[in-house]
Design a protein around this ligand. Structure first.
Ligand code: ATP
Length: 265
């Protein structure tokens, strides 16, 4: 059975794309069939998988979502439509700037929160995992991702205390759960770009564990800060290919295992 995971945090630059890509490829390396969906008009996931000019792609997420918007339940989506196949064994539904226009268009649409879900439902039989990289906002695209997902994984950067932002995100998730997607769960918080050399980061790390490990859930695995990880986004490949023996590759390998343990694997 396919599991759909949204990687969400309305704060920008906290490691959503890096986590989505490396968790997705981590799962593919464990033999899982994985689809990555870029739900961010910046197209960061598309670029970080080596598609350097997302604006030149003919079919992207906005194309298929627009088709669904126009044709409703009668819409026939081919499972292969717009899908790119990455050398490291994952599929990608890319995104580009057109997704911004689509988000504006969504605001007045019927069943506007469920358009991405209709797409996900059309393709999910083919995959074990679908991972959605959300944009840094709590707007209509993120609500669509939360409505389509089975769970949300929340990357949090330990460089500042994110209490207000996290509370807002958790309350949005709870609202979606009550009104649009009763089965939605929080997979857990993953701390990213952790730099234990600073007292500040150690302090935030402990506070997040204390505040959220019982209520929301925190992953035991954390992702350390590393120049190698920062370099990977320009390489078009995963951290496993770029620096397989490094601490960030090891951490994403552990995160993948921890996620699989959530499924009892
Ligand atoms: N473990 C890490 N160590 C060092 N740099 C990292 C690490 N993880 C991610 N980065 C870098 O931090 C920046 C932000 O990461 P990323 O793009 O994954 O965040 P994001 O939350 O998806 O951003 P946005 O909100 O803009 O979509 C990128 O330049 C990325 O290469």
């Amino acid at each position: 059975m396919c599991k759909v995971i949204a990687i969400a945090n309305q704060k920008g630059g906290v490691g959503k794309t890096t986590t989505a890509v490396n968790l997705g490829i981590g799962l593919a390396r464990k033999g899982k069939k994985v689809l990555l969906i870029d739900a961010d008009p910046q197209g960061s996931m598309t670029v970080s998988l080596g598609y350097d000019h997302p604006d030149e792609l003919e079919v992207t997420l906005s194309t298929v979502m627009l088709k669904i918007l126009n044709d409703g339940n009668d819409c026939e989506i081919s499972v292969e439509e717009g899908i790119l196949h990455h050398a490291e064994g994952v599929d990608l539904m890319p995104a580009n700037l057109e997704l911004s226009a689509l988000e504006v268009y969504l605001v007045n649409a019927i069943a506007r929160e469920s358009i991405l879900k209709l797409y996900v439902n059309a393709v999910r039989a083919k995959y074990d995992y679908i991972i959605i990289d959300c944009m840094p906002s709590l707007g209509m695209m993120t609500i669509n991702a939360l409505t389509a997902a089975d769970s949300v994984l929340i990357p949090v950067q330990t460089a500042y205390l994110p209490v207000n932002g996290l509370q807002q995100l958790i309350s949005t998730i709870n609202k979606v759960k009550r009104q649009l997607n009763r089965k939605l769960k929080i997979e857990g918080i993953v701390m990213t770009m952790v730099d234990f050399r600073t007292v500040y980061a150690r302090d935030i790390f402990e506070k997040i564990h204390l505040t959220y490990s019982d209520s929301v859930g925190t992953f035991e695995t954390y992702i350390p800060i590393s120049v190698k990880a920062a370099e990977t986004s320009a390489e078009g490949k995963s951290i496993f290919e770029h620096c397989g023996s490094g601490k960030v590759a090891i951490a994403y390998g552990e995160l993948t295992k921890e996620l699989l343990e959530h499924e009892g694997e």
